[in-house]
Design a protein around this ligand. Structure first.
Ligand code: 5GP
Length: 186
């Protein structure tokens, strides 16, 4: 059986990272892909949050067709290496919208969940809270305005992260439902 590919997308500061780690921790069938990025590591960010790399190495890997998708986002490159999940595991990608669109083109069966912040104020607080500089926060808020209508339109499910536990439960339920309906349609 092909693995289910679950794309979790949504604007910066919406809590995607926290949601996805909780989902993966609770559901041993999920396998989280680790992206490459040329963005410098943030203070306090775990070493394994990304494979932090140089632009040269990133571009060389892209030339070798080593990425399922990649894009430039606010001046840095981000990419998903071709996923190699252990047998029987479903793949989770936490990526922005341009990448989500590329994955969908290559794999139309991929499930796209788009996460929205409860409000712009809440999103701003989260972005500021993780230590982003004020101009970066503004940039990401502007980007969110741009991405949200398209993301919501394209997504199979739109989830508002108003309460972390509720959101995680809703997403776990979506994954369960999709597994069931896909196993039935085989
Ligand atoms: P951040 O710099 O805040 O870690 O990530 C910026 C944006 O890039 C977030 O929306 C995040 O989901 C997205 N992102 C992370 N990894 C990838 C990736 O491999 N591909 C794409 N397209 N976006 C990614």
């Amino acid at each position: 059986m092909d693995p289910l590919v679950i794309i979790v997308s949504g604007p910066g500061g919406v809590g995607k990272g926290t949601i996805v780690s909780a989902l993966v921790q609770r559901d041993p069938r999920l396998w989280l892909s680790r992206s490459w990025t040329t963005r410098p590591q943030r203070d306090g960010e775990p070493d394994d949050a990304y494979r932090f790399t140089t632009r040269d190495d990133f571009e060389a890997h892209a030339e070798r067709d080593g990425f399922l998708e990649w894009t430039e986002f606010l001046g840095n490159l981000y990419g998903t290496p071709l996923p190699e999940p252990p047998l029987g595991r479903d793949v989770v990608l936490e990526i922005e919208l341009q990448g989500a669109k590329q994955v969908r083109e290559r794999n139309p069966d991929a499930l796209l969940i788009f996460v929205l912040p409860p409000s712009r104020e809440e999103q701003q607080l989260r972005l500021t809270g993780r230590g982003d500089a004020p101009e970066k926060v503004l940039e990401r808020l502007r980007k969110a305005e741009e991405e949200e209508p398209e993301g919501s339109e394209l997504a199979d499910y739109v989830v508002i992260n108003d309460d972390l536990e509720r959101t995680i439960a809703e997403m776990a339920a979506i994954v369960g439902r999709e597994r069931l309906s896909r196993s039935r349609s085989r």
